[in-house]
Design a protein. Structure first.
Length: 167
């Protein structure tokens, strides 16, 4: 993929321009030019701090994956509500170490966010070698099953959807 030094993130530049136009709620030449300027200069100034986003290999699978994540969030909310409102003896909290196949920092961050967005689990850390993700689960009666489910439901699809190489 060819990148221009003067336009480090063209997609982000267009997104920022669009957000500017939506925030101002006026479509005029002045606001369009200011939006284009902001869309150009903000990524240019922040390029050292932005991580590379791998190319989406399968966009339809990405859409289906997002629907699955939203569904999992709804189901997990109901499960956590039932656990919290029930007797404390039903809770099986645990810290769980999940071995990672993903090496890409964007996908690792995405996976950690998905885990944290799903009620009942929160990502607590990543080892310095990026090989193990530590997470806390509110209810983990079977740790091996939880690890297998996370790898099957989230890690494997991310590797399939995005162009990146696993270990």
């Amino acid at each position: 993929m060819t990148r221009f030094a003067w336009l480090p993130h063209p997609g982000l530049s267009l997104l920022l321009t669009g957000v500017w136009l939506l925030l101002t709620n006026q479509l005029s030449l002045g606001h369009l030019l200011l939006g284009l300027f902001l869309g150009w200069v903000i990524p240019l100034l922040l390029r050292r701090y932005l991580i590379f986003v791998p190319r989406v290999r399968k966009p339809l699978k990405l859409c289906l994956f997002l629907l699955k994540v939203f569904w999992d969030i709804v189901v997990a909310n109901l499960h956590v509500a039932r656990l919290v409102l029930g007797p404390k003896e039903r809770l099986n909290p645990a810290f769980v170490e999940v071995p990672m196949v993903i090496e890409d920092e964007f996908l690792l961050a995405t996976l950690a966010c998905i885990i944290s967005l799903t009620p009942g689990t929160v990502s607590a850390g990543l080892t310095p070698d990026r090989k193990t993700l530590l997470l806390h689960a509110l209810d983990a009666p079977d740790i091996k099953a939880l690890v297998a489910e996370l790898k099957h439901r989230y890690e494997a699809p991310l590797l399939e959807i995005f162009e990146c190489s696993p270990t």
